[in-house]
Design a protein around this ligand. Structure first.
Ligand code: PMP
Length: 466
């Protein structure tokens, strides 16, 4: 009598798949979806994805949808890319996972080396974790411990993190502490540590969350004032890579990051740049912070081409060496997740980096960015389009009742979702951020697909304008 039931040896495609209705029943009975109000989930006609091909998701009925948000901003080269598939399969034939705690594995070592080759100058060390949030947690803990170990006086003083209104750095408690989006973050206040941040209300464009008038004057000034007023107590300034994605694609003013780098130097603090959403080509450059000399750089999402959860926090030799000493001195960085440095993830990432290194990749992305700009222009005349914000191969289209008043729609109308559902009927999968429609296709999107993407949004705009 075997101890375990015999495995089903049939290939997955031959195994009898439960039908759609059964799966939907199980979904409704057991699955709790992230960032999703359960009470309206089913009514909003969610997709049930069974497969994919290139830039298209395929549902259980064989319907194809252009993946207009790159599976939450992480897919770079489409689904089932032969090179990434092959790399994972080859790695499976060796080993899927072994711990990185006190040990190494072949693809993780190779990946660390290759990441440093393409990273902004000055970064020489890679700490792996599992997703964008953990990459940020790691950066925060490293910064705090760095100050304690480099100078005990500074270690006592430099404990604060300076962040922006509307910031989003992930959903774990440290990352949420940095966050400035009330809808996502306010409720968890009792769990959070205090940060230095503009407490101003939401405004359209300013990454500081300033009122529009002050934002237009100079939204950097508020950051500077806050930094200078608490200069000695700041461990690090933490910024997203040029655009506040989750806040609705709020693009930072030209030169903002460069000035923040100088500001961090002036107050003697570290600069943490969160390129979880912007890294790996999204801006048309490999990294937004390429010329910025960040002290800590957080990467995730695109790192594995959108295949597997893996993240990296990159840092400098100066920071790394502050963690060296005899083990009993306790300078070690005591952080590490079970799956850190996962070999399958690293293999997927190595294949992804190879695709990213192709000579024609960034020029092609830049051409697509230009195409996206010109297609987005078609949406400007809609009365319900309050603002169109583009950052590289990504855009946020903000819906309002009327452009002249800029009055928002009542949240209960769920107009962002209505537009996305209309787009879905045109064969394009989109997911809004409230009433901001986000377009963030894979880097492999074609010009024709950009046209379809914008056509699908236009269909949705027609529907809510009626
Ligand atoms: N930082 C930024 C800038 C992000 O956009 C996100 C996710 N959208 C995160 C961090 C968190 O990443 P993850 O969801 O992988 O934890």
């Amino acid at each position: 009598m075997p101890l375990l039931p015999a495995a089903d040896n049939r290939a997955p495609s031959q195994a009898a798949a439960p039908d759609r209705a059964t799966l939907e029943g199980w979904d409704d009975a057991h699955l709790w979806h992230p960032f999703t109000p359960g009470s309206v989930y089913r009514d909003e006609e969610p997709l049930l994805i069974a497969a994919a091909e290139g830039n298209y998701l395929i549902d259980t009925e064989g319907q194809r949808y252009l993946d207009g948000v790159a599976s939450l901003w992480c897919n770079l080269f489409g689904h089932r890319h032969p090179a990434i598939d092959a790399a994972i399969l080859a790695q499976l034939g060796r080993i899927a996972h072994s711990t990185l705690l006190g040990n190494a594995n072949v693809p993780a070592v190779e990946l660390a080396r290759q990441l440093i080759e393409i990273a902004p100058a000055g970064l020489s060390r890679v700490f792996f974790s599992d997703d964008g949030s953990t990459a940020v947690e790691v950066a925060l803990k490293m910064a705090l411990q760095y100050w304690q170990q480099v100078d005990s006086g500074a270690g006592v003083r430099r404990r604060k993190f300076l962040t922006l209104g509307n910031a989003y750095h992930g959903d774990t408690v440290g990352a949420v502490s940095l966050g400035g989006i009330d809808l996502f973050h306010a409720r968890y206040g009792p769990l959070l540590f205090e940060t230095l941040r503009s407490a101003s209300p939401y405004c359209y464009r300013c990454p500081l969350g300033l009122e529009r008038s002050s934002c237009d004057i100079d939204c950097f000034t508020a950051l500077e004032r806050l930094a200078l007023s608490q200069a000695d107590s700041i461990a690090a300034i933490v910024l997203e890579g040029g655009v506040q994605g989750a806040a609705g694609m709020i693009v930072m003013p030209e030169g903002f990051l460069r000035r923040a780098r100088d500001l961090a130097d002036r107050i003697g603090a570290l600069l943490i740049v969160d390129e979880v959403a912007t890294g790996f080509g999204r801006s048309g450059e490999m990294f937004v912070s390429q010329e910025l000399r960040p002290d800590l750089l957080c990467l995730a999402k695109g790192l594995t081409g959108g295949y597997l959860p893996m993240a990296a926090t990159l840092t400098t030799e100066a920071i790394y060496s502050a963690f060296l000493g005899r083990p009993e001195q306790g300078r070690t960085f005591y952080h590490g997740h079970t799956y850190t440095g996962n070999a399958l993830g690293a293999a997927a990432a190595l294949a992804t980096l190879e695709l990213l290194r192709a000579d024609d990749l960034l020029p092609t992305v830049r051409a697509r960015i230009v195409r996206l700009t010109s297609e987005l222009n078609r949406l400007k005349h809609y009365r319900v389009v309050g603002d169109i914000r583009q950052f590289g191969l990504a855009a946020g289209i903000e819906l309002v009742q009327d452009r002249s008043s800029r009055a928002p729609f009542p949240a209960a109308d769920r107009n962002g979702m209505r537009v996305c559902r209309a787009a879905r009927r045109k064969g394009v999968f989109l997911r809004p951020l409230g009433d901001t429609i986000v377009l963030m296709p894979p880097l492999s999107v074609t010009d024709a697909e950009i046209v379809s993407l914008v056509d699908a949004v236009a269909a949705g705009l027609e529907e809510i304008t009626e």
